[in-house]
Design a protein around this ligand. Structure first.
Ligand code: EPU
Length: 451
């Protein structure tokens, strides 16, 4: 047990309005992209989260001057003096985030070599990096795996290549993009991930001078250019955080308006939310005009009263139901009448957190079979990756230990929905991806305290 604990007095519906800023899974990559420019970049709406601090630290070690801009949440990156950092300095960040792996291409372009520390991130399966390393080798990089981390070099430069991903991995697609934009010649990537965060990264790279065509059928073609300049960009908002608060509204029978949430990027979530019985209303943004202060866009989510419905859902790559939406929503599904089915097809070990929900009174069974959907990669590999949730169950308070970021938020929602006082240990992990979550909880009327 750690000292880092939040006491949650549950049973009160969350009510009020919060705001989400730039998507964690875009902002951190946009920061890495700034390394590729030969002039400063400017990024807005950057949330104050741990992943951003890790990337900021790594950029600083490599000579990129990172300063706060005039606007709240604005960061300015000056890559004029990119330089090597010592492995000891870099290793300070070992185990803290998955993002360092994306420094490979940009550092190889800028310095001819790169050192990548042992990676971190959430423990939701083995999380291999074989696609990344295979792609980098195709570009001409040599990769030396040592106990302290990865040493890469590109003695003959990096050259465009044809590469097909075995699975549309988000990170590996970003690796290829960040490497191909300045590699000599043309790169063709097949079976690419096309999540909105990837399209936004492509927008950033295009602003920097890159030539990238997104074809149909997950094919991306990149024409390498010898130099790129800085960008100015306002990122897409965090659709994982938005859905997490929406699920919290549903599970606590509350009403939460998420300013910044965007309908187009959340379509699949919104359909499931409505099928479960939640209500939502989209407010379009209106710019201020003379005599009209304008309005910020967002989505209002609420529990309309009465019973929720069981649903069957399967997580998948975009435009499917995001794997990161699954854990928060499952808490709401414990309150739905009947049997809900969740088939997790992106990560093989992302249902372990359901045990904690069961100790709170939920009735969730996990199975190795591919339930209620298309057979997936994990069906024959002995992973418990399908869940059946029988509801409704009355949740009661418990002592919980947070295992990873998204499961952690689901524990928090469960504690908020349960009657009584829960102690949630390891809550600082939530700061990796949810900006000011304790202040937001207070704004929504939650009763929490640090002992
Ligand atoms: N995979 C491989 N080999 C690789 C890369 C991936 O087998 O070299 C497998 C993974 O093991 C997994 C699947 O491919 O089974 C998908 O992984 P992907 O590479 O798409 O995930 P990622 O880039 O590591 C990002 C997000 C995750 C999010 C996934 C899926 C970031 C920093 N992380 O991870 O977000 O769940 O895409 O959308 O962008 C989170 O925010 O909490 C989080 C885990």
């Amino acid at each position: 047990m750690t000292d880092d604990v939040l006491v949650v007095h549950g049973g009160t519906p969350l009510e009020g309005r919060i705001r989400v800023r730039g998507a964690k899974n875009l902002v951190s990559k946009a920061m890495v992209a700034a390394l590729l420019g030969d002039s400063p970049s400017r990024l807005f709406d950057v949330p104050r989260i741990r992943d951003v601090e890790v990337v900021r630290g790594l950029l600083g070690l490599h000579g990129v001057k990172v300063t706060d801009g005039a606007e709240d949440g604005e960061l300015v990156f000056d890559p004029a003096n990119v330089e090597s950092a010592s492995t000891d300095q870099i290793n300070v960040h070992a185990g803290s985030s998955r993002i360092p792996i994306l420094f490979c291409g940009p550092l190889l372009h800028r310095l001819g070599h790169a050192f990548i520390p042992d990676l971190g991130g959430c423990h939701i399966g083995p999380r291999p990096i074989d696609f990344h390393l295979q792609a980098l080798r195709e570009f001409g990089a040599t990769v030396d795996k040592t106990p302290e981390g990865l040493h890469l070099s590109a003695p003959n430069g990096l050259h465009g290549t044809k590469f097909a991903l075995p699975y549309p991995s988000v990170g590996a697609t970003e690796q290829v993009l960040l490497t191909a934009v300045m590699a000599e010649g043309v790169t063709e990537l097949r079976n690419a991930a096309v999540e909105p965060e990837i399209i936004d990264l492509i927008c950033i790279l295009q602003k920097m001078g890159a030539i990238i065509k997104v074809h149909t059928d997950r094919v991306i073609e990149i024409q390498g250019v010898p130099k790129l300049h800085g960008y100015t960009h306002r990122p897409i908002p965090d659709r994982i955080e938005a859905a997490s608060w929406a699920a919290a509204a549903l599970a606590t029978r509350g009403h939460v308006e998420v300013l910044g949430a965007q309908q187009a990027d959340m379509m699949t979530f919104l359909n499931i939310f409505r099928s479960v019985g939640g209500e939502y209303e989209v407010t379009d943004a209106r710019p201020p005009k003379l005599g009209d202060p304008g309005q910020e866009g967002g989505i209002r989510f609420w529990h309309p009263g009465g019973e929720l419905n069981a649903v069957a859902l399967e997580t998948g790559v975009h435009p499917g139901f995001m794997t990161d939406w699954q854990q928060p929503l499952v808490v709401a599904l414990t309150q739905a009448r009947g049997l809900s089915i969740v088939h997790e097809t992106v990560y093989e070990q992302r249902l372990g957190y359901t045990e904690a929900l069961n100790t709170m009174g939920a009735n969730i069974q996990v199975y190795r079979d591919c339930l209620g959907g298309t057979p997936c990669r994990f069906g024959r590999r002995n992973f418990k990756h399908s869940a059946v949730i029988a509801g409704p169950s009355k949740l009661h308070a418990a002592d919980l230990v947070i295992p990873d970021l998204r499961a952690g938020f689901s524990h928090l929602i469960a504690a908020l929905a349960a009657e009584g006082t829960s102690r949630v240990y390891g809550v600082d992990l939530i700061n990796r991806g949810y900006e000011d979550f304790e202040a937001k909880l207070a704004d929504l009327g939650a009763h929490t305290e640090r002992p």
